[in-house]
Design a protein around this ligand. Structure first.
Ligand SMILES: *[C@@H]1O[C@H](CO)[C@@H](O)[C@H](O)[C@H]1NC(C)=O
Length: 396
């Protein structure tokens, strides 16, 4: 039977037309969202912004730069929310949720902070004031906040050099930032966010130790943001990604891919391999119930931070690439008949507390002490236990 055009138009206006898209499929697979990073410059590009406003494809936004420290507090005590508010307003108009990004990061810090010569106590106060203002301003509007961004070196140790926060306060800034964010908005999910933690390895282990450290301090932490900046052909297997997601889930936090893009050179792109790689990441998230969603770092190759690369899902002319259908298929049916309800029907995640193996010593990068720590206090040879702060000692 044919529906009259007027009935179809009415259904569409009511949002009842057949729902399909990257986000619709993610929801049908039991996830909260598929989303994208967006910026004021993308919003000013009408053909790109039309894609961003389609809530069947994107159920969530992350601001590229508009909520970073230098954008929001360009001089001490002066807060500028105009651009961040524009992004939140567009999200709300389309029924899209916000992941808010990012409170404390060593980069994009204004010079009044990095060159201010502040001592430890003053810098802690500056950090807490910033978090209280920003999280307070967006209270109730952020599904999640990236509280601390990129606080680890590649070997999993804490980043001190090159970070005003790490070098002045030490790793104690991390639990302090989480506690301050929780005080300003008790209902937003508080995330640690980093890159190169996407597969098992020393940095991923370091991020797991960071989560344990925040908990040992007594501050809340609810999520691990895996940035997911990959290279085409190097994503590897879904089972490796699942193993990594599960390691975080086992700490009792949720997990999300927060900045996914899969680089391929614009001079010689391989869009079929890229599509396979996008499907691998989606499949991994689908299999782990603690993985709540995926955010890509933009959606069109016209607007990407990676030079000489075509890493995204739409091409520079706003046409869908092979990756688009690969992502739809990896999520599965849009009807929700197959995988919905049970969190995707994959690996069942049992949240359990970190259980240090009784009596044995911790491995390299493992935790070996700190206030409230009941796990191993020795390290396997040749590593030794070094106190990082009162709440965390690490085998280095
Ligand atoms: C800065 O002060 C905090 C809070 O008193 C403390 O935990 C941290 O270790 C101090 N950092 C340094 C480098 O002394």
């Amino acid at each position: 039977m044919m529906l009259k055009p007027s009935v179809l138009a009415c259904l569409a206006a009511a949002g009842l037309a057949a729902a399909d898209g990257l986000h619709a499929r993610a929801v049908a697979a039991g996830k909260k969202y598929f989303g994208t990073e967006i910026s004021i410059s993308v919003m000013n590009d009408a053909s790109a912004n039309n894609i961003a406003k389609n809530s069947q494809d994107f159920g969530q936004y992350t601001a590229e730069n508009e909520m970073k420290f230098d954008a929001l507090e360009p001089s001490r005590g002066v807060f500028n929310y105009a651009n961040g508010d524009k992004i939140v307003a567009q999200a709300q108009a389309n029924g899209q949720i916000m992941r808010c990004h990012a409170l404390i990061w060593h980069s994009q810090v204004p010079s009044w902070v990095s060159n201010g010569g502040f001592n430890n106590a003053t810098l802690i106060s500056i950090m807490r004031t910033h978090i209280a203002n920003v999280v307070g301003h967006y209270k109730g509007k952020c599904y999640a906040w990236d509280v601390v961004n990129e606080a680890l070196n590649e070997d999993g140790s804490y980043r001190n050099s090159g970070s005003i926060w790490g070098s002045t306060i030490g790793p104690a800034f991390i639990p302090m930032a989480f506690a301050a964010a929780a005080a300003a908005d008790p209902s937003t999910k508080l995330y640690y966010n980093d890159y190169n933690c996407d597969k098992p390895g020393s940095k991923s282990t370091g991020a797991q130790n960071l989560i344990r450290m925040v908990k040992a301090y007594g501050a809340p932490i609810h999520g691990m943001g895996l940035q997911g900046h990959f290279t085409t052909g190097q994503v590897g297997s879904a089972s490796t990604l699942v193993q990594n997601l599960q390691a975080f889930a086992n700490l009792g936090v949720e997990v999300a891919y927060t900045e996914l893009d899969i680089a391929t050179p614009s001079s010689n792109p391989n869009f079929n391999q890229q599509a396979t790689d996008y499907a691998t990441v989606v499949s991994a998230c689908k299999q782990v119930s603690a993985c709540v969603g995926i955010t890509t770092w933009g959606f069109t190759d016209k607007h990407t931070w990676i030079r000489n690369s075509y890493p995204l899902i739409w091409d520079t002319n706003m046409q869908k690439k092979a990756a688009y259908n690969a992502i739809l298929n990896a999520w599965g049916s849009s009807s929700g008949g197959g995988g919905g309800g049970g969190g995707g029907g994959g690996v069942t995640t049992t949240a359990r507390p970190p259980t240090p193996t009784g009596g044995s010593c911790a491995a390299q990068w493992g935790q070996c002490g700190g206030s409230g720590w009941s796990g191993p206090t020795c390290c396997v040879a040749p590593f030794s236990c070094k106190a990082q702060n009162p709440y965390y000692s690490q085998c280095l």
